[in-house]
Ligand binder design. Structure first.
Ligand code: FPP
Length: 275
């Protein structure tokens, strides 16, 4: 928190929002579906790719803000498995923007002690993009602060299927296939995000009420926050508002708050005959 206040101007809305956050209720992991770039551009009579271009700065701001807030992980949905259905020119622009981002941002990732990772099937990406990603992952690998997961050519169902297949092939190699136990812990240990906490907060921009095959396993108990704001307009204030809204949520994980369970009346009701 202190690290964030250092880069904010006292008195403005960002500052006030940051000061209003409760450090004890900060999400450990935030995941973001960065949506609405195309619509943002169309509303301005610009080509769709202009929306993607305008989406790079909010990525930079979100990454730095989350790191300075002390989050453990930030996962950004940059390219889904389904995004290959878009025109080649748009897909190529997304790769160019990603390499541009990496070339410019790695020093800032280092300055903020951020470790970058990629989740998804990178083998299908253009060689140059793969090289830039590998380099950024390698350069930031010994950082000890926030983990930035870029979800690229990612699909949640594929990730789960991959995890199960990894369990099977490892057991086969070890000759333990007959005794293989596939439980939640085993699957979690083979997910791309293994070792990280699950997202507490999932943000989706541009108002769509969909999960879009993102982190299907990991968001089981995430709080959902959907804003009408399109990604290119999602600034630091929007991010801090999302976290402030998260801090007001009542997370019960399927249980009850202590105040909700009033022992006397509950005991009476439980012992009453069921009609
Ligand atoms: C969804 O908007 C956005 C994407 C498919 C790409 C996200 C890419 C960026 C934010 C730019 C660069 C990324 C990094 C990591 C540097 P959409 O095109 O589906 O919008 P629409 O629903 O309005 O068409």
């Amino acid at each position: 928190m202190k690290a964030l206040l250092e880069i904010l101007e006292p008195g403005n809305r960002e500052w006030e929002l940051a000061c209003s956050l409760d450090p004890a209720r900060m999400p450990a992991h935030v995941a973001v579906i960065m949506d609405g770039n195309g619509r943002w551009a169309r509303r301005r009579n610009l080509p769709r790719v202009a929306g993607h271009r305008a989406g790079v700065e909010p990525v930079r701001v979100a990454v730095e803000t989350c790191a300075r807030l002390g989050l453990q992980s930030l996962t950004l949905y940059a390219f889904s498995k389904e995004n290959w259905k878009r025109p080649k020119s748009e897909v190529d622009t997304l790769w160019r923007l990603l390499t541009y981002y990496l070339s410019r941002e790695v020093p800032r990732l280092m300055a903020n002690n951020i470790r970058m990772r990629v989740i998804g099937h990178t083998e299908a990406l253009p060689v140059k993009v793969r090289q830039e990603l590998c380099e950024a992952i390698q350069i930031t690998s010994s950082n000890t602060g926030m983990i930035l997961n870029l979800a690229i050519n990612y699909g949640g169902r594929t990730e789960i299927v991959d995890a199960v297949n990894r369990l099977i092939s490892e057991a086969r190699e070890e000759g333990t296939l007959d005794n293989l136990v596939v439980d939640e812990e085993a699957i979690e240990s083979k997910l791309d995000t293994a070792g990280q906490l699950e997202p507490d907060l999932l943000i989706r921009t541009s108002g769509e009420m969909r999960i879009s095959n993102f982190l299907l396993w990991q968001i089981a108990y995430a709080e959902l926050y959907v804003t009408e704001i399109c990604w290119p307009d999602f600034d630091r204030t929007c991010l801090l508002e999302a976290i402030a809204a998260y801090q007001k949520r009542d997370r019960r994980f399927g249980g009850l708050r202590p105040a909700q369970a009033s022992p006397a009346t509950e005991a009476e009701a439980v012992s009453a005959p069921i009609r």
